[in-house]
Design a binder for this molecule. Structure first.
Ligand code: 4AD
Ligand code: MG
Length: 430
């Protein structure tokens, strides 16, 4: 009977066949331990010399790393492994012999691994990170579908810039100029006026010459947008959503979190409500902590965000940033017009901003003023202004960066390991 490593947990005591690759191997004169992987998981195959024919035992000792195989044997319980079971191998059929697989169990440098990303994806930790990414995506759809949101897909090729014009990827659209989307937000606002509560999930692009552990050139964003919703109400959706994905990963990715050596006690603490601190108080806090390099009106850098996050050891909302350091579309804060109704959600453990969100300007005159003040091409925002001409309503939304969220929940240092094929400064291959 053909099965998979994951399904084999329901096959204890039965003889099964699994299509697998050889990830690693150890052997002595009497026994060989095959580390098998098949995409669904990693499992040990035990080949005992006394229990198989000589040919099979010699084969087990000689198979090379990443050769593809059909292995047949009985699934038995093994309490010592993370998986809880292993295979007593009876028969091995080699499908393809792999020679000189470049990624060996020894340590390789990051650039070497990134050059071999197409193969590195097979490694146990990389496999675990992608499974966690997949779980976050699955939980995202579950959360928004259960809460009355409709998924709407904004375009990738666009004529307008939501987040400022300095980081746009330019391309030609026949005879016109076009840009790769930095954010689907403006289109999601139009969608919210048609469907009430909407969310998108898609790739976004930033031609940003940043080389940090938090920056990708191409990343995936989840962008919910809600009509008749204040910024305050939006914060409640954001924290419920983030707590939900953390809980989903804790429940459904136990083996992966273990493979990554993640300290899950930090994730167990992620419960709503999340702490909120105003930008003003954050500046005061940083001054008290001895950060004299920052003053009111400056944007926070990574060390500032990390200091604030460490203080709470939980995701924390920094709210009401100064108007001048935020995009054109944010609603002024009625309590202090120098600031806007917005928040960044900062992840714990130094992972930085994972969400940027705000209430959107719903008054057409103010919006026109802001578009002009930001030197944006008014022509390409006519559709956006229409939303304020025909039944304008208070509305709010946010964008969660998938890769930063995966990095935080997985506990991997750098976002490059959270994207299957990351686009980085100076890296377009593979
Ligand atoms: O704060 P940002 O730029 O916000 C927006 O684009 C809004 N239009 C979203 C909205 O309200 N609909 O980006 C949102 C999130 C950030 O918090 C971060 O998690 C992620 O996107 N992000 C990046 N992730 C990886 N690499 C980059 N270069 C990123 N830039 C932003
Ligand atoms: Mg931001």
């Amino acid at each position: 009977m053909k099965t998979t490593i994951k399904e084999a947990k329901n096959k204890i005591g039965q003889e099964v066949t699994i299509g697998a690759w050889l990830a690693n191997k150890r052997s002595s004169g009497k026994i060989a331990f095959l580390q098998l992987r098949d995409g669904t998981g990693f499992m040990q195959g035990v080949v005992v010399k006394a229990e198989v024919d000589e040919e099979t035992f010699q084969l087990a000792k000689s198979i090379t790393q990443e050769s593809s195989l059909y292995v047949t044997g009985e699934i038995t319980e093994d309490q010592r492994s993370d998986l809880g079971y292993e295979m007593q191998v009876k028969k091995i059929e080699v499908i393809h012999d792999a020679h000189d697989y470049p990624i060996t169990p020894k340590n390789h440098g990051t650039e070497f691994l990134m050059d071999h990303r197409h193969l590195w994806l097979r490694s146990k930790k990389q496999h675990a990170v992608m499974k966690i990414r997949n779980e976050i995506i699955r939980a995202t759809y579950e959360f928004f579908n259960n809460n009355g949101f409709t998924k709407i897909d904004p375009p990738i090729l666009t004529a307008s810039a939501p987040e400022g014009t300095s980081e746009l990827f330019h391309t030609k659209y026949f005879d016109e100029d076009a840009f790769l989307s930095q954010s689907g937000q403006l289109y999601m606002e139009a969608a919210a006026m048609a469907h009430g509560k909407v969310f998108s999930f898609g790739p976004t692009f930033r031609a940003e010459k940043s080389k940090t552990r938090r920056h990708l050139i191409e990343f995936w964003m989840i962008e919910p947008e809600m009509a008749f919703t204040t910024h305050q109400e939006s914060l409640e959706v954001q924290e419920a959503y983030v707590a939900f994905i953390v809980k989903s990963v804790l429940e459904n990715c136990k083996i992966e979190l273990k493979a990554l050596g993640r300290d899950t006690s930090k994730l167990e603490k992620v419960q709503t409500p999340f702490p909120r601190i105003s930008y003003d108080d954050a500046i005061k806090f940083l001054h008290e902590e001895g950060f004299n390099d920052i003053e009111w009106g400056d944007d926070f850098g990574a060390p500032h965000e990390t200091a604030i996050a460490n203080h709470y050891d939980l995701p924390v909302f920094i709210i009401n940033y100064p108007t001048k350091i935020k995009p054109f579309y944010m609603q002024p804060n009625p309590e202090n017009e120098e600031t806007v109704l917005c928040a960044d959600l900062i992840a714990p453990e130094g992972y930085g901003e994972i969400i940027g969100g705000s209430e959107r300007i719903n008054d057409i005159d103010l919006l026109e003023e802001r578009i002009e003040a930001h030197h944006l091409d008014a022509e390409s925002y006519q559709y956006y202004l229409d939303l304020r001409k025909y039944g304008s309503v208070p509305h709010s939304g946010f964008g969660l960066g998938l890769e930063r969220t995966v990095a935080w929940i997985s506990g991997v240092e750098h976002v490059r390991e959270t994207s299957p094929f990351p686009r980085l400064l100076n890296r377009l291959y593979p």
